[in-house]
Design a protein around this ligand. Structure first.
Ligand code: HEM
Length: 240
């Protein structure tokens, strides 16, 4: 018998996610290409040299980075303005936490992934994790970082962009450059964990596939996101 599938992501949210991922990688590559200082560039001199030769010099590379950043921010702004309800539901979901059970979930999940079920028992803990909603606490933390980080990156990017046109004072652009660089670094650290959990971990494979198909198997929803599953089931029952 074929598995019952549960709707998880709309086509638009899937498009926004992959558009965001594409922009992140393109902005990361072009941004790192702009850092000529070898001591500051975590990947050394080869990437700036490669990117500059690909784009025909530093000025062109800066232009591509800036305009791609503007398109990225512009599309998200359009989404927020045209889909305020979906935006609100997403933000509410991501920023709502239950500190006691979520911290326990995080601690147990880390122990389970590093020491296995036996490791949990060694610490006197049961292998069951506190039930999670639409996103688990790990996904929420990364989503919070990417939303707040995204706003900081766009605000500092815009400050640098407009300071070259309108401002005589170089200080706001200098501060923005430092904050821009550090925020990208922090979100990127989370992104490595996000990609590992989403694309490499076998347990989360159904969620990965849902980022293309839009739905997950019922058993995955029941076991990984029981609070969300209960909500979906209650709505289904109400609708008859
Ligand atoms: C190769 C790169 C990436 C892969 C494989 C990936 C994978 C995924 C998957 C599978 C989900 C769905 C999780 C679920 O349904 O439970 C997801 C959600 C999410 N991802 Fe990614 N992701 C990538 C890049 C990024 C980037 C660059 C960002 C932002 C910096 C990002 C931010 C998010 C956020 C905020 C969510 C939750 C919102 C949503 O469902 O759209 N992801 N990702």
């Amino acid at each position: 018998m074929s598995e019952i599938m549960i709707h998880r992501h709309t086509r638009l949210s899937i498009f926004m996610h992959w558009f965001n991922a594409f922009c992140w990688f393109a902005l990361l590559l072009t941004g790192l290409g702009l850092i000529k200082n070898e001591e500051l560039n975590p990947v050394g001199a080869w990437l700036p040299n490669l990117m500059r030769s690909l784009f025909g010099g530093g000025e062109n590379l800066l232009m591509v980075h800036q305009y791609l950043g503007l398109v990225w921010a512009g599309i998200f702004l359009a989404y927020v303005l045209l889909r305020p309800r979906e935006t609100w539901v997403f933000l509410k979901e991501v920023f709502t936490v239950s500190p006691a059970s979520d911290m326990l979930w995080l601690a147990k999940m880390n122990l389970k992934m590093t020491l296995g079920r036996k490791g949990l028992q060694r610490f006197g803990l049961t292998p069951d994790l506190p039930p999670q909603g639409f996103y688990n606490f790990g996904q929420k933390v990364f989503a919070q970082a990417s939303v707040v980080g995204g706003v900081v990156i766009v605000a500092t990017g815009l400050t640098m962009f407009f300071s070259t046109i309108f401002m005589d004072n170089p200080e706001p652009a200098a501060w923005s450059r430092v904050i821009h660089y550090l925020t990208v670094g922090l979100v990127f650290a989370g992104l490595l964990v996000h990609i590992f959990m989403a694309a490499i971990s076998r347990e989360e494979r159904p969620a990965f596939l849902s980022m293309f198909t839009g739905s997950v198997p019922e058993h995955y929803a029941r076991h990984h996101h029981p609070l969300w599953f209960a909500q979906v089931s209650a709505e289904k029952e109400k609708d008859g």
